[in-house]
Write a protein that binds this ligand. Structure first.
Ligand code: CA
Length: 222
């Protein structure tokens, strides 16, 4: 999953970016509100984390412009501590959730997981369940019939994307756009390698190849 972080406090942005990357998210970071209006609408983000006090254009205005243009991406706003007025204005402008600064990194992690699942119409449970497999996002591990199967960081990122989009045909370019940040070179051969590793661990039929179209997560097997 690929996230946009809009935050002008550089030490906080650095810390958040590193923590989100450890959780397997591809993260693009911007500090300026005007840049955010443009990039948020032009790149296919799965979720946006938006600070409200921003140079260039206030976060509330950024959010209002996104929503006016029809952007439906989940947006979590970061508000000042105790500012109920900011939270209310943010929710009115179309935010899906908010966190007040300072916050615990784990709370942000759980809210992101919940928003991403809700956006896919999936229930927010301790594990992500899809077609016979359970993914524990905290441990970055997949379980089938109670047995843990260990994953590398890249396999976890890819499998999470598949499990959030079960039964959908996903092209390699679509997967690359959602698994890598804007700075990383996208190589579809690398994706193929990770798909093959996942099949070796989970069973061939878990991820089907649709010739000329891409991949489809079918789940179960073995
Ligand atoms: Ca700020």
């Amino acid at each position: 999953m690929r996230l946009l972080l809009v935050e002008d406090n550089v030490p906080l942005a650095d810390e958040l970016t590193q923590s989100l990357q450890r959780q397997g998210y591809a993260v693009d970071w911007l500090a300026d509100g005007r840049d955010a209006v443009y990039q948020g609408s032009s790149e296919p983000y799965d979720l946006i984390i938006l600070d409200l006090g921003l140079p260039g254009l206030p976060g509330l205005e950024v959010l209002a412009q996104w929503r006016a243009s029809g952007l439906a991406t989940p947006v979590l706003i970061l508000t000042a501590r105790g500012s109920w007025a900011e939270r209310i204005e943010g929710l009115k402008a179309g935010a899906d959730d908010y966190l007040s600064k300072p916050f615990h990194p784990e709370e942000l992690q759980l809210r992101i997981q919940s928003l991403l699942r809700r956006a896919r119409g999936l229930a927010n449970q301790p594990t992500l369940d899809a077609a016979g497999l359970q993914l524990d996002e905290g441990r970055q591990c997949v379980t089938r019939a109670g047995v843990d199967i260990q994953l590398t960081a890249a396999e976890f990122r890819l499998l999470r994307y598949f499990m959030l989009h079960p039964q959908q045909i996903l092209s390699k370019s679509h997967l690359a756009e959602h698994l890598y940040d804007g700075e990383t070179e996208r190589d579809s051969n690398v994706l193929e390698v990770h798909v093959n590793h996942l099949r070796r661990k989970l069973g061939r039929s878990v991820i089907e190849t649709r010739r000329g179209q891409g991949y489809r997560y079918a789940g179960s097997s073995e």
